[in-house]
Design a protein around this ligand. Sequence first.
Ligand code: ADP
Ligand code: MG
Ligand code: MG
Length: 213
Amino acid sequence: VRPTGFGAVGEWLGAWAGRVIDEEPALTRLDRQAGDGDFGTNMVAALDTLDLDALRTASSPERAFTAVSDAYLGHAGGTSGALFGVWFRRLAGAAGATAGSGPAGFTVADLARGARSGLDAITALGGAQPGDKTMIDALDPAVRALEEGVGNASSPATVLSSAADAAARGAESTAGITARRGRASYIGEAARGVIDPGALVMAWLFEEAARAA
Ligand code: ADP
Ligand code: MG
Ligand code: MG
């Protein structure tokens, strides 16, 4: 871990992808309770096409993010495939904009910029707002925490752990709301008590980032 950044983007994404694949049954169960039951399948359809060892040792953060984006855009069905695809595309863009973006060149400031851009792209595509019981409920607070931490010049570990906490709290908050967007909106009150699986998987992304730092 470098003082101004966190180098292990490939390891971070590899750990996260492995976790999502391992948790497919739980994710599918959540989408069965509050959606159409294909979320875990859609995640694995994309992530199983990745060579996780190659991802962990990717030669640059931009390549690592692009590989995950390509996997989603090329292989996942469902709403989540497109949304995760553009999300990781924007992170790749932020990584590529950094001068000398070697394996260790990605900083929390890059992450804050890429995550804001990714959140904007997801909002433009899907039209959801915080409180609609979607992945936005994890991403919006996480992006705010990143921006605040970067603005305060906090250490990368501090910035990432506050983003991870914010995303986890946001994901948990989705259990308390009925959905206004996505398929979960079709079943109304029946979705209460069920965590949105997209928000959960995004919270894991920030948790694994904090762990990688
Ligand atoms: P589908 O709803 O097409 O079956 P998935 O099951 O793969 O798609 O993905 C569902 C997830 O996508 C939800 O858990 C939610 O987080 C996310 N989602 C659905 N609609 C939106 C939206 N409009 N904006 C942001 N995220 C959304
Ligand atoms: Mg679904
Ligand atoms: Mg579906």
